[in-house]
Ligand binder design. Sequence first.
Ligand SMILES: [Zn+2]
Ligand SMILES: [Zn+2]
Length: 209
Amino acid sequence: MRMIGSRGAAVLIGAASWTAAEYGLHRFLMHELRGRGLASREHLKHHADVTYFSPASKKLASAAATTAVAYPVTAGLAGRRWATAFTSGLLSMYFGYEVAHRRTHTHPPRNRYGRWARRNHLHHHFGAPMRNFGVTSPVWDKAFGTYDDPGVVTVPRRMAPVWLLDETGEVKAELARDYLTRGARRAEADQVDRDRIDAFRNVAPALEG
Ligand SMILES: [Zn+2]
Ligand SMILES: [Zn+2]
């Protein structure tokens, strides 16, 4: 109990709790609500257009809301000092997650973990939006049976991250064992509308389009 009660442990427990929150919020609040509520709408807009990310003001508002729930609950259970350390661990991981998620879309992998994180998250986007809700870790997907091994991920070319393609529009040679692309590079206006409808139904975007 002394170990768990220490402030260092509280930071770690807060950080670990984030991974569960990341899974739960992404699955239930963002996907299962299918556009009802701000968090779900913002997230499904990101699925319709993978270059869209919520503005920083909305992220800060959600960090404030997380604190407003996590701090009083843990302070009631374990005291204010423990709750301060727990909440700092939770929020650090939240901001780490925000950076990690954005980087999966904007930067190529640099190591084994980065390679897994990109295949895992792009499978969630383009293969199965109701699978692989964890972005930083597969732990909760494995616990709740929503984990797919991403395998080779097929990406609609109109939605391909900038780091995936070479100047001719083909998958870079060093990434070819992990990804395939299909369809046109640019989306027609009606395809943009269909992508939005599919995103709000939790359906993967059409590969040809
Ligand atoms: Zn994403
Ligand atoms: Zn999602």
